[in-house]
Design a protein around this ligand. Structure first.
Ligand code: AMP
Ligand code: MN
Ligand code: MN
Ligand code: MN
Length: 284
């Protein structure tokens, strides 16, 4: 079975590597099929595709859309889409504007929480691109300045649900996100369902709505998921008749416990979503 990693980030969102460096590193790690899935952006796809071609590996154009569901952020990965589709381009422009506005609002909240200078710092960490500023960049700055000792601490104290820097977002809703992806010829994948602060009942409600909206797959195997959760998510794909996806959610070498192409195997009962693009053992 080919080594397939369908969830990764570059500097075009909150990752640490350029798209070219990400693809080169994935190739060196033995990945044969890679999807670049930056948050709300497909800007890095052409560079990633060019590098993948030169290395003889397969690159799937992708993204990870931020959506709002019951007041918190649910992520939907889109795979194999046409990055020039007009509806998608327009939708991403709205998401980018929302991200830029939110960054200013988060900085204002942090200022009130006696952490001034957050906007300029986060902007610099986002490569000077206001529409790429992520909570990750604010978290990095909070760690650098010693306000907290870890990224997790930054989310626990300042950026997570209900904390001072938690700003409600005008992200697209779940149904719109799935529509944007499918209209652009892509496949919609519910990202890391095990990571949301939901009871099992609420998770089933979310998956049901995602399926109703036209969602086709959900992530089952991701780098940080425990074996019992992977098994449970595998069972849910069968119950909801969804295909299964897998990916590292790699953000960069600075997070050493998450590596490209490294995550648990899909349970045997799962139908891998990547069969849509590659047919089997000898396809790559
Ligand atoms: P945003 O898209 O700006 O809302 O930022 C969300 C990103 O923050 C996610 O994609 C993760 O990369 C990162 N993130 C979320 N929660 C945590 C956490 N507890 N620790 C470290 N990074 C996190
Ligand atoms: Mn991220
Ligand atoms: Mn995510
Ligand atoms: Mn991600």
């Amino acid at each position: 079975m080919p080594v397939v990693d369908l969830h990764t980030h570059s500097i075009c969102s909150d990752g640490a590597l350029s798209p070219a460096d990400l693809v080169t590193r994935a190739h060196a790690a033995g990945v044969e099929v890679l999807a670049l899935t930056d948050h709300d952006s497909v800007v890095g796809v052409p560079e990633a595709s060019a590098t993948a071609s030169s290395l003889g590996m397969q690159l799937l154009p992708g993204l990870e859309l931020s959506t709002l569901w019951k007041g918190f952020s649910v992520h939907v990965v889109g795979l194999g889409l046409d990055i020039h589709h007009p509806g998608l381009v327009a939708g991403l422009a709205r998401q980018a504007d929302a991200r830029g506005e939110r960054a200013r609002a988060i900085a204002a909240r942090l200022d009130k929480a006696k952490r001034p200078g957050a906007y300029e710092a986060a902007l610099a960490l986002a490569g000077g691109e206001p529409n790429r500023i992520s909570r990750t960049h604010f978290a990095q700055w909070l760690v650098q300045t010693g306000a907290v000792s870890s990224m997790q601490g930054a989310f626990d104290k300042y950026l997570g649900n209900g904390k001072p820097g938690d700003v409600p977002m005008p992200w697209v809703d779940l149904t719109t996100a799935v529509g944007l992806i499918r209209n652009a010829g892509g496949t919609a994948v519910l990202a890391h369902p095990g990571r949301y602060p939901l009871t099992r009942t609420k998770l089933r409600t979310l998956i049901g709505l995602f399926k109703e909206a036209g969602g086709e797959a959900m992530e089952v195997a991701t780098a940080t998921e425990k074996p019992d959760v992977v098994r449970y998510l595998g069972q849910l794909t069968t119950q909801f008749d969804l295909e299964a996806s897998q990916g590292s959610d790699f953000h960069g070498p600075h997070i050493p416990w998450i590596q490209l192409g490294r995550f648990p195997s899909l349970p045997a009962e799962c139908r891998p979503v990547w069969r849509r693009w590659i047919s089997g053992e000898d396809a790559v």
